[in-house]
Ligand binder design. Sequence first.
Ligand SMILES: [Mn+2]
Length: 268
Amino acid sequence: MPQSDTVTVLGVAYDASSSYLRGAADAPPLIRQAFHSDSANTWAENGLDIAQPGLLRDAGDLRPAPGADAFAEIEAAVGHIVQAGERPLILGGDHSITFPIVKAIAAQHPRLNILHIDAHPDLYDHYEGDRRSHACPFARIMEAGLAQRLVQIGIRTLNAHQREQAARFGVEIIEMRDWRDDLTFDFEGPLYLSLDMDGLDPAFAPGVSHLEPGGFSTRQVLRVIQSLRAPLVGADLVEFNPRVESRLTSMTAAKLVKELAAALLTSG
Ligand SMILES: [Mn+2]
């Protein structure tokens, strides 16, 4: 049974901090379309129909205007959701948006933990001179002291710089090559989950800008989401790039959104 307030879905149509390919800004409407597709139903695997009235609220898409301070707009929009006592489920957009999202959530939850699923640690101090790049959000989050713990899983692209950054910030990384399916995660206090679609293997989610083989199956990610043991206060799903592939990846993203919503509604 639901134990928390409403989950609010907000799309963030922003991909200007992508370092390689644009297109992630096109993702939110396609995820919604897949979610509402007649090919599937709205029941999560735990038996909760998340389309029941009152559980999900759709706040539409935020589409920062060129030249606007996109990060300030994102932080303000997520702040409104959190201050209303609702739990944000953000559909990206490139991964740079996680910094302003987490800023807004940490303002309400100062002892925040983060579980980050990704092929990449996104810990660059800057990427090609850009400190707001989608390769940097977790460096910004840790520098700002927004998380008491950051645990990263699915990682398979560490280089020397990012290993140094992880050591500097005390990031707990479980590299993909060390993954075991019986791992579980316990957190003291509120939890935020950031899900980069390229954490999955490209066989399961080919519609991403940075195809990185050797990742999770959809079922492995579902199991992580379904076995969280902490109060989940927010989540994002980012980096789906429909210009690379959309038919399979939009359905995979919609399935993950459904399970994330169920976890937000029922976790601790
Ligand atoms: Mn990534």
